[in-house]
Design a protein around this ligand. Sequence first.
Ligand code: BTN
Length: 241
Amino acid sequence: MNIKYLKFNEIDSTNLYLKENYQSLDNWTIVEAKYQSAGRGRYTRKFLIDYGKGLIESILLKEEFAFQNADLISIMIGAALSKTLESYGVRSSIKWPNDVLVNDKKISGILLEGVSTSKMEALILGIGININQDTFPKELDHAISLKMVINKETSIDNFSDLFNGTFIKLYESFKNNHDKSFIDYLNSKLAYKNEEVYGEVNGEKRKIKILKIEDDGCLLVVDNEKLIKLRSGELSFHGCL
Ligand code: BTN
């Protein structure tokens, strides 16, 4: 696979950069930055990592395979991150679809954005990983960094090499060999498995029991004694993160 890296010290947002420039950039361009002045989170939230303290990157995919499998690729990012953390001796769990939790706190943020005109043209995978932060502001008390867990600094370049390498391997194996074993891995790490949680399902507050991630990336839950499958975006949790 031919990966091209673009590295910036400072940028508004790596996702935004790819949205604005995807036409002239190649499939598998990875944009990394040490700082984002306008980092974007989900639900129009802001996403901030202090200068040089985390891995901030966006991956540009411009192939049909990616467009057709966006939901699976989204959860695959969580698997790649969880595997990367293992090589630092850190155990994590996965809050479906793709939040990676360490000690029940969020170590990363992932934002997938699609660009389409008359057809899908680009899928942008935006990833922010808290690595060397010592503390977080009060309003982010549900966040954690790798340093807060292992009590030492980590090279962001090394982390990036490991994480990107792991993600690329999972992606290629899925694309070339239909290998979906990353779903088994995610299920083995699934947070709140067999537990009842309060969530909002399509805008409605419900108490649901989380069972497993299905082969198509959906979450299987019990809602009011019925089995239902949720797609990402259909569930948000209450009272936990
Ligand atoms: C979230 O938890 O709400 C998702 C946060 C995603 C942040 C990443 S950092 C790299 C990329 N560029 C952005 O502006 N956002 C994503």
